[in-house]
Design a protein around this ligand. Sequence first.
Ligand SMILES: Cc1cc2nc3c(=O)[nH]c(=O)nc-3n(C[C@H](O)[C@H](O)[C@H](O)COP(=O)(O)O)c2cc1C
Length: 169
Amino acid sequence: MSALVLVAYATRYGSTQEVAEAVAATLREGGLEVELQSAGEVRSVEEYQAVVLGTALYMFRLHKDARRFLTRHREALSKQPVAIFATGPFNNDEKEWQGVRAQLDKELAMFPWLTPVAQEIFGGKFDPAKLRFPYNLVPYLKRLPASDIRDWTAIRAWARSVADKFRHT
Ligand SMILES: Cc1cc2nc3c(=O)[nH]c(=O)nc-3n(C[C@H](O)[C@H](O)[C@H](O)COP(=O)(O)O)c2cc1C
């Protein structure tokens, strides 16, 4: 019987959900049985053999649904293999990516019981026209150009490596 994996995502504008869908599809191609759910709607994780949590980063923090997911399901997650990805950077500037990696490390350090089997940052998607209150009032954000630097090849390659890890843990 193949392992049942949960891919949970925390999103505001939907781009992290699309990445989670690509991760889920790749895990399925790797022979795993996968359920995809919004992190805020997950009631229990006990029935899964492994979990992927994907979260957008906002104002240097994990999306609140991701923080709540980790807090709420701590007991089960501390016994399961967990892989984490975060979406964020708007451009391919290496310094920015280093900063975002440090952000993610710092945020995950708030959950010291969590030892992810894999952890990755992916570029994000940004559309100033879709900003909602209060961010639609921030001139710096309104002036940024729309961008989408999600690297689907890197996303699928990461998901394949996660499938390998899940199969061997
Ligand atoms: C107001 C605002 C704040 C953001 N803060 C961060 C941040 O602190 N770190 C980061 O890496 N990305 C940040 N981002 C980029 C988002 O994480 C990125 O756009 C992501 O793709 C959004 O995911 P979603 O469409 O699933 O909500 C921010 C974006 C906005 C609009």
